[in-house]
Write a protein that binds this ligand. Structure first.
Ligand SMILES: Nc1ncnc2c1ncn2[C@@H]1O[C@H](COP(=O)(O)OP(=O)(O)OP(=O)(O)O)[C@@H](O)[C@H]1O
Length: 142
């Protein structure tokens, strides 16, 4: 028997729902920005990342980086921010579920902090490869 497909939303209904879907997406962006703002207010490490980001972008503009170098720098900066934000989220959840001392809580925080450390070292390596030769030639006066 040729019945209506239960999962298929009629086109008109889908169009009417479209603004609601957009509103929901916009709200999700709002929550995400609120999360970054909250982390910035509470995490001193993020202020350091913000300052480092400004310095790196200014240095990149001054050096006139190639397109691929900007790509590497942008990915590195974003990845460090990402790791720090995830670390902040892990800390918040651990503090919520285990305010008392627990070896697993400690391990979770240590591992999350380790993720930031690994990413920061990788970003440092990228920074060295991109800016190192330029800074070296300036220092050598060539
Ligand atoms: N509930 C806990 N149980 C066991 N060990 C913990 C617990 N809370 C924190 N620790 C240990 O203390 C360390 C520091 O924790 P803390 O919450 O002060 O994080 P932090 O890295 O100093 O972050 P921030 O400076 O952003 O607060 C952790 O990495 C972990 O080894």
């Amino acid at each position: 028997m040729a019945g209506a497909e239960p999962d298929k939303v009629p086109e008109k209904v889908a169009l009417r729902r479209f603004p609601a879907v957009l509103r929901k997406r916009a709200a999700s962006f709002g929550y995400a920005f609120r999360g970054v703002g909250a982390a910035l207010r509470t995490e001193v490490h993020l202020w350091f990342h913000a300052a480092a980001t400004v310095v790196v972008v200014a240095l990149g503009l001054y050096c006139g980086l190639e397109r691929w170098e900007w790509a590497a720098v942008a990915l590195s900066v974003g990845a460090v921010w990402c790791a720090e934000l995830v670390n902040t989220a892990v800390e918040a959840v651990v503090n919520l579920v285990s305010p008392e001392y627990h070896p697993l809580a400690g391990r979770a925080k240590d591992v999350a902090a380790g993720a930031v450390l690994v990413m920061a070292l990788a970003a440092l390596a990228v920074g060295g490869l991109v800016f190192g030769p330029r800074l070296w030639s300036w220092a050598a006066g060539t």
